[in-house]
Design a binder for this molecule. Structure first.
Ligand code: AMP
Length: 176
C-alpha cells in the first residue's frame, strides 16, 4: 500500500488556497501502480457477488471501468447534471459554496441489484451520500463504497456509516 501511496502526488493550494489536492494522475500513469491498485480491489470484491460497479465522474470512471472489466460485470456512470442522454434521476448535494447535482440513468440499476460505488477520494462524503441516494431510489443495494484515498479529518466515513453503508479505502492522508 505504501508503494501505491508514494505514487500519489500532492498539490498544495489547488484548486484554491488551503486545499491539499491529492492527484492520482501520477498513480494512473504508472503501469505497475495502476495494475496493483486494480488488483487489490479485484481481490477484495471478486467473491462478493456484485452485479454492477457504479463510478462517479470523473476519476471514478477510470478506476470503476478497469475494475468492472476485471470482475466481468457491468459499469454504470454517475455524472454531473446535463451529461446523460436518456431518462435520469437526480440528487443534489452541498458544496462549500452552493450546490451541485449528479444524475444516473433511470434504467441502469435493476431492483435488488448489488452495487459497488467507487470514487478516487472521500473528503466530506457529500458526493458519495448523494450517489447512495440515487442507487437507493432505483432500489439497488449498496454493498460498499470504495475509495483509493480517504481524508479522515473530514469525517466522510462517519456520514456514510451512519447510513448503514460499508466504507473501504486503500490509503489515508492526514495533513501530510
Ligand atoms: P466530498 O464530496 O467532499 O467527499 O468530495 C469528494 C469528491 O471531490 C471526489 O470526487 C474527489 O475527487 C474530489 N476531492 C475532494 N477533495 C479532494 C482533494 N483534497 N484532492 C483531490 N480530490 C478531492
Amino acid at each position: 500500500m505504501e508503494e501505491i501511496k508514494s505514487l500519489i502526488r500532492t498539490i498544495p493550494d489547488f484548486p484554491k488556497k488551503g486545499i491539499m489536492f491529492r492527484d492520482i494522475t501520477t498513480l494512473l500513469a504508472d503501469g505497475k501502480g495502476f495494475r496493483k491498485t486494480i488488483e487489490y480491489l479485484t481481490e477484495r470484491y471478486s467473491d462478493r457477488e456484485i452485479d454492477k460497479i457504479v463510478g462517479i465522474e470523473s476519476r471514478g470512471f477510470i478506476l470503476g471501468g478497469a475494475l468492472a472489466d476485471r470482475l466481468g460485470i457491468g459499469f454504470v456512470p454517475i455524472r454531473k447534471k446535463g451529461k446523460l442522454p436518456y431518462k435520469t434521476l437526480a440528487a443534489e448535494y452541498e458544496l462549500e459554496y452552493g450546490k451541485d447535482i449528479i444524475e444516473i440513468h433511470a434504467d441502469s440499476i435493476l431492483e435488488g441489484e448489488k452495487v459497488l460505488l467507487i470514487d478516487d477520494l472521500i473528503a466530506t462524503g457529500g458526493t458519495m451520500l448523494a450517489s447512495i441516494e440515487l442507487i437507493e431510489k432505483l432500489k439497488g443495494k449498496v454493498e460498499e463504497c470504495a475509495f483509493v484515498i480517504e481524508l479522515p479529518e473530514l469525517k466522510g466515513r462517519e456520514k456514510l456509516e451512519q447510513k448503514g453503508v460499508n466504507v473501504y479505502s486503500m490509503i489515508s492522508f492526514e495533513g501530510e
